[in-house]
Design a protein around this ligand. Structure first.
Ligand SMILES: [Fe+2]
Length: 412
């Protein structure tokens, strides 16, 4: 439960090295869990039709959304725009940290998951956290917050402080079938590790291919670094869309159609063990991107899901190549006290494989939060298949039958 006291980490650095394109292992057959009510092929075809970006979605409120046209604005950035870390990193001040500690003391013995902003007052830091969130949602789509002195705290206190900060970003949602509201990104030695397509890769030390998490915002707080590896990379998926459109418009169009994704056995009531969402959805003047490379591949383990077409495979390979290029990709070594905030509708992210320290106490450990902000983007109905609903401020996450949302203090 307790953490060893560590010195404050050195200032963080951008890593310019080219990263390989990460590919999920090919799924093994035989993992499909049959679920009552799996639709017949005709129903699947109908759902594919209705889940694709349609002409009707391209015209909303009398305004023609940009369709198969490069998008402009702050969400369409290149790596060269952010070579100076000060342009995207906010370092917590002594006053900020004092406010956080005072807020934690104010909570008393209340159950963490029930506390409100009134229980966790941040008179000057709160507005800053909201402003950072707004830049993530309506600006460049990412930000770093540095200097939370987690090396001073037991894990339980880091969880409380992080949860309290999250109250200023929005409503936190469950991240798995266990109902975790604070996720522990840590290798927990699952049988089969990252080679088993059913396992969520965050609970292993394997490389994660480019993807979006199924919530509006993902925040990652680093408690412990790996012995080696574990590099975080991200890119503007809007820029990747633009570049794909310039280079291979035929593949960009393929990505406006409904694609199958695996639920990895975390199946909400009444749903199939897979779902359909287009990678590119043009909706109410915005392009919302939903891309989970590993989940496309593992969906093929379900016999009723068609195999990926050659065009889809080429689209994934090309999109990944563009997103992982030096021109688009930013790299960051998350160090203790760093918080990475990403807006999933406009950013794709990845993590390289890592090696842990032998001592279990020193193993790589991040705390994750998935948040539905009150100022989220409008999303098309197809997102409800994964997000549960499209209601702004409530949607996202993974909810299965019988789960109880809760905050665990250790990985499990
Ligand atoms: Fe992720």
């Amino acid at each position: 439960m307790t953490s060893k006291v560590q010195p404050e980490p050195a200032y963080h650095r951008l890593v310019a090295a080219q990263q390989p394109i990460h590919r999920a292992p090919r799924p093994k057959s035989g993992h499909t869990r049959r679920v009552e009510g799996v639709p017949k092929p005709k129903a699947i075809a109908e759902r594919l039709q209705t889940s694709s970006s349609t002409e009707a979605e391209l015209f909303t409120s009398g305004t023609r959304a940009k369709f198969l046209t490069p998008l402009e604005g702050r969400s369409a950035w290149y790596a060269s725009d952010y070579q100076n870390p000060e342009s995207f990193a906010y370092r917590l001040t002594d006053t900020d940290i004092a406010e956080l500690e005072a807020a934690a003391a104010h909570v008393g013995d209340k159950d963490t998951k029930t506390i409100t902003r009134d229980d966790f007052p941040l008179p000057t830091l709160g507005p800053k956290l909201e402003a950072l969130r707004d830049d993530v949602v309506n600006g460049k789509g990412f930000h770093l917050i540095q200097g939370l002195p987690v090396w001073r705290y037991p894990v339980a206190k880091s969880v409380l402080l992080y949860w309290g900060m999250g109250l200023y970003w929005g409503h936190a949602v469950s991240q798995n079938a266990k109902g975790h509201l604070i996720g522990h990104v840590k290798d927990i030695n699952l049988p089969g590790g990252h080679q088993d397509p059913v396992n969520r890769v965050y609970a292993t030390h394997g490389a994660q291919p480019y993807h979006c998490d199924p919530a509006d915002i993902v925040g990652l707080l680093c408690l412990k670094q790996a012995k080696s590896g574990g590099l975080s990379s991200w890119a503007s998926s809007i820029t990747a869309h633009n570049e794909l459109l310039r280079r291979r418009p035929d593949l960009a169009e393929v990505m406006t159609k409904g694609w199958f994704l695996d639920r990895k056995n975390e199946v909400p009531p009444g749903k199939d063990p897979w779902f359909i969402v287009p990678p590119f959805s043009y909706h109410e003047g915005k392009l919302a991107i939903f891309y989970e490379n590993g989940f496309y591949q593992s969906a093929e383990r379900h016999e009723e899901v068609p195999k990926m077409t050659e065009q889809q495979k080429e689209a994934v390979a090309t999109f990944d190549q563009i997103a992982s290029s030096d021109e688009l990709r930013l790299d960051w070594v998350l160090q203790p006290g760093d918080i990475q905030l990403l807006h999933n509708h406009q950013i794709v992210h990845t993590r390289s494989e890592y090696e842990d320290f032998e001592d279990p106490v020193e193993r790589r450990h991040l705390l994750r939060i998935w948040v539905a902000p009150p100022n989220g983007w409008p999303l098309p109905d197809s997102f409800a298949e994964r997000y549960g609903s499209t209601a702004i401020g409530e949607r996202g996450g993974i909810c299965v039958s019988g789960y109880a949302p809760r905050i665990a203090l250790e990985a499990e």
